[in-house]
Design a protein around this ligand. Structure first.
Ligand SMILES: Nc1ncnc2c1ncn2[C@@H]1O[C@H](COP(=O)(O)OP(=O)(O)OP(=O)(O)O)[C@@H](O)[C@H]1O
Ligand SMILES: [Mg+2]
Length: 410
């Protein structure tokens, strides 16, 4: 049975916070040019497999720091003409890069955010030239010095079908999920992560090149240790806060989760001062100089895992049923969103790709109802438009077919 959702909001005239009002895509995956205007709290994209639904959510996710919800290579995003040659080597449709631009409103304040890629040619150590691409971001036509500054303007939470198996896949995926949660509460976290990445890569490169400049290596190890410990501290602090929030605000339908950080550095910080942990980390990097060349990742914050417990049953998430794991994931996501709304005010925009999979009708409607009560704007995808009839009164529907996006009215 479909119960109507959103009636509360329309009666109370509740105001949605951060809102995406207009989106323009240029040379973005299957879209050569597409402009869309949004005017409802829920936006549903429907269409058959491969029609370009996830591509739109991905484009929106590029309006935050990082490489979007697919964690894509920047060079994969530009529109290819797959049929242009027979060698199955994709050909670029033209020489222009891709771009996404969007008009946002946050409680009456409007701003325009645009992102594109800049290609530069670098000479390598072996006298060859190498093309590198990096993302450029503008807010109201002013270039940002770093993409981390985007955290002051946008906030997104996404759920993708791949995340249905979050507790069973590699720890890398859970680490990304963990760091996205931390970034949503601590705007400095992404800056620390990119600085860490930068020094860690330099250190690895020196070791790979057999560079035995000991002072240089030592200074990089010192930097890795100090930024690494700051990252671990923030992860601990924000996950503790989220656990407390979940304990104090249990949901009536979605199961209560308890999150655990499984990492040497984070665990050591339980009972040792940060300065001691930094020294330990530095020494461990020094001792791993040789083995890292065969291991690829050395112990430290790059190996930390996030575990979740289904609290009332005391069962680790990876041993729960598929539906239970999805409910647990949505419970964490809901608490994250509620906690952001409570503490920060920049309401996150929800990107919900195939959210209804593995959810029964009751849970799906309950989730939509809870999101609607948060007054967030949500983008959803589906292969079956009728899945979202319960929210039809507060939803804009778009149908995708043959690279054409058409608004659908009921
Ligand atoms: N760089 C690119 N250039 C052109 N087309 C691309 C590019 N990258 C991906 N595509 C195409 O975009 C199409 C749509 O992909 P998308 O993942 O958005 O589909 P979808 O509607 O979400 O499908 P599903 O229901 O299976 O999840 C795919 O057919 C894919 O081949
Ligand atoms: Mg998809």
């Amino acid at each position: 049975m479909n119960t109507a959702i959103c009636l509360d909001n329309s009666e109370n005239n509740a105001k949605v916070g951060l809102t995406l009002k207009r989106l323009t895509l240029v040379n973005f995956r299957n879209y050569k040019y597409q402009r869309l205007n949004f005017n409802k709290p829920f936006i549903v994209f429907s269409g058959e497999n491969g029609s370009g639904k996830t591509n739109i959510l991905e484009a929106i996710s590029f309006l935050s720091q990082g490489r979007g919800l697919r964690n894509a290579k920047l060079s994969d995003v530009r529109t290819f003409d797959f049929l242009a040659n027979s060698q199955s080597t994709p050909t670029f449709i033209n020489n222009n890069g891709w771009a996404v631009s969007a008009l946002f409103e946050n409680f009456g304040d409007e701003y325009l955010i645009g992102t594109t890629v800049e290609t530069s040619t670098k000479e390598t150590d072996y006298n060859e030239t190498k093309e590198t691409e990096r993302r450029i971001i503008q807010v109201n036509n002013q270039k940002l010095s770093s993409q981390n500054e985007l955290a002051n303007y946008t906030s997104f939470i996404w759920v993708t079908p791949q995340m249905d198996r979050l507790f069973q896949t590699s720890s890398q995926n859970r680490r990304s999920f963990l760091d996205r949660i931390v970034c949503s509460f601590d705007t400095e976290h992404s800056k620390r992560l990119s600085s860490f990445d930068n020094v860690y890569r330099q250190w690895l490169q020196l070791l790979k090149n057999n560079n035995i400049n000991n002072n240089w290596l030592l200074s990089l190890e010192e930097k890795i240790a100090s930024i690494g410990v700051a990252i671990a501290c923030s992860r601990k602090e924000q996950i503790n806060k989220l656990n407390n929030f979940m304990e104090k605000n249990p949901d009536d339908i979605f199961p209560e989760a308890y999150l655990l950080l499984d990492g040497t550095i984070e665990k050591m910080l339980d009972d040792k001062p940060a300065i001691y942990v930094e020294d330990f980390y530095k020494e461990s990097l020094f001792n791993q100089r040789r083995s890292i060349l065969y291991n690829n990742a050395c112990s430290g914050i790059t190996k930390t895992d996030l575990k979740a417990i289904y609290k009332t049953k005391n069962v680790p998430a990876n041993l729960c049923s598929t539906g239970e794991q999805k409910s647990l994931l949505l419970s964490i996501i809901l608490s994250q969103a509620r906690s952001i709304v409570n503490h920060k005010g920049l309401t996150p925009i929800m990107l919900l790709d195939e959210i209804a999979a593995h959810l029964d009708e009751f849970k799906k409607n309950a989730f939509l109802n809870k999101i609607s009560n948060l007054n967030t704007q949500s983008f959803l995808t589906t292969t079956n438009i009728f899945e979202f009839m319960s929210i039809k009164d507060c939803t804009q529907f778009f149908e995708l077919k043959d690279n054409i996006v058409k608004e659908h009215t009921f």
